[in-house]
Design a protein around this ligand. Structure first.
Ligand code: FES
Ligand code: FE2
Length: 444
């Protein structure tokens, strides 16, 4: 079994030195050109997405030998294949002959990897296998035929597969830092500490820069304004029919209507490399009977239910800068794909908890439909705002402040710090990382 997953690619990713990014960002403000300038975008693809560890999927998307899925990393097409020994390989999805795509879609159980153009064939670990009319090639070529090219770095953390398109850089463990807590929070909701990616993969596109998503999802102040109508509808609904309050989507809509003072009382954790998350936001995702069945499944597996399952102990919206967003409470991970300066695609994966009652997936399904699909009454508010900002920045160039909570900022040598959840410190943290990526030497 395997799931379908096809990501779009960025239009261009030429080798280009970083533009003068430092002139466009200060500790207190961002210039609109950061969102619109094609040179900045190309530099981001090469230096930000090119140097960071990027989440490309989950091991359960290719569970058997020969199973595979396609995606992109830093705008480059990637093919992930499981070999006969069970190892996953991330290759560039380009044939070494003339560069054709080896596969455009996910699939099940290949015996080998065959190019659709001239029939060159490779083993599942990327080694050369055969090609037609091989006798016509020079002997030197036949003695050392090419293999598939791997991504420069590949590591997994608890089933999540990460790659990097530069060989040099921090280990995945160092890169993740405190954001590991968010991944652990999701994985440890399974009594077997194992996730299963579901085939229902959602995606949406908006006409706006990728950074608008990262600057929104930990912005707690916006919730009560951008989502005020949805929050009011949900509150009215629950006032009339209180049992509706147990619906995950209704719960999310109502939580957005909480006063600013509530969010000021929450903590946000900032990590190195631009990561952040906040916590203790909403009641538990599961209805009582589902939570009880889940607790029983932990007992049956000899494990204690994790702290994150208790109401108010979840870790909310973990931002793994620059390409992934974890929402452990709803068993959902989003991946952010820049397409162009003014176009972004967001892909949402949802996960079943292996060993848990299937009913624990109901809230994930509801949350996906309610927050990540085209019918969402929540994300459509954000997308409309992103597109308005992007359209304005095309014509109204200038500086925009990011000074909320400025006094709480942490110094660059601290690996993690907690700040008030209403602070814009997470945005300043992202731009500190952004500048570091753009200004580091290309080999760094
Ligand atoms: S491009 Fe792949 S076999 Fe020719
Ligand atoms: Fe929002």
């Amino acid at each position: 079994m395997s799931s379908i997953m096809t990501q779009p690619e960025t239009a261009a990713c030429p080798a280009q030195p970083a533009v003068a990014a430092r002139t466009l960002v200060t500790r207190q403000a961002i210039h609109s050109a950061v969102y619109t300038d094609p040179g900045i975008f190309e530099a981001e693809m090469r230096h930000v997405f090119g140097k960071a560890w990027l989440l490309i999927g989950h091991e359960s998307q290719a569970p058997e030998a020969g199973d595979h899925f396609v995606t992109t990393a830093a705008g480059r097409p990637v093919l992930v294949v499981r070999d006969r020994s069970g190892k996953l390989h991330a290759f560039y999805n380009a044939c070494p002959h003339r560069g054709a795509r080896l596969r455009a879609q996910a699939g099940v159980g290949w015996p080998s990897i065959s190019c659709p153009y001239h029939g060159w064939t490779f083993q599942l670990d990327g080694a050369f296998l055969s090609l037609p009319a091989i006798d016509e090639y020079p002997e030197a070529f036949r003695a050392a035929p090419p293999r598939l090219r791997r991504l420069e770095a590949q590591e997994s953390y608890r089933g999540f597969l990460f790659v990097r398109t530069k060989a040099a850089g921090p280990s995945l463990e160092e890169f993740l830092g405190p954001i590991r807590d968010v991944i652990d929070d999701l994985v440890e909701r399974s009594p077997k500490h194992e996730l299963q990616c579901k085939p229902a993969i959602l995606r949406h596109r908006y006409r706006g820069n990728w950074k608008l998503t990262f600057e929104n999802l930990n912005d707690t102040i916006h919730a009560g304004f951008a989502h005020a109508v949805a929050a009011r509808i949900a509150s009215d609904l629950v006032a009339e029919t209180p049992e509706q309050g147990g619906d995950p989507l209704i719960g999310l809509m109502m939580a957005n209507g909480k006063p600013i003072s509530f969010f000021q009382g929450l903590r946000m954790t900032l990590g190195r490399y631009g990561h952040s998350y906040f916590e203790a936001h909403m009641p538990t995702a599961y209805p009582d009977e589902v939570a009880s069945a889940l607790a029983d499944s932990f007992t049956a597996n000899g494990r204690t239910p994790p702290r994150g399952l208790a109401a108010g102990n979840d870790k909310h919206l973990g931002l793994l800068y620059p390409n992934a967003v974890w929402h452990a409470r709803y068993q959902v991970v989003r991946m952010v794909y820049p397409i162009a300066p003014d176009e972004t695609e967001v892909v949402t994966l949802s996960f079943g908890l292996v060993g848990a009652p299937e009913s624990t997936y109901d809230s994930a399904r509801s949350y996906c439909n309610g927050s990540s699909s085209a019918m969402s009454p929540v994300i459509t508010d954000d997308l409309e705002i992103y597109e308005g900002i992007q359209a304005n920045y095309r014509h109204l160039t200038g500086w925009h402040p990011i000074t909320r909570g400025l006094d709480e900022d942490f110094s660059s040598d601290e690996s993690a710090r907690q700040v008030r959840a209403t602070s814009e410190a997470f945005i300043r943290n992202q731009y500190r990382t952004w500048l570091a990526y753009l200004e580091a030497p290309d080999h760094a």
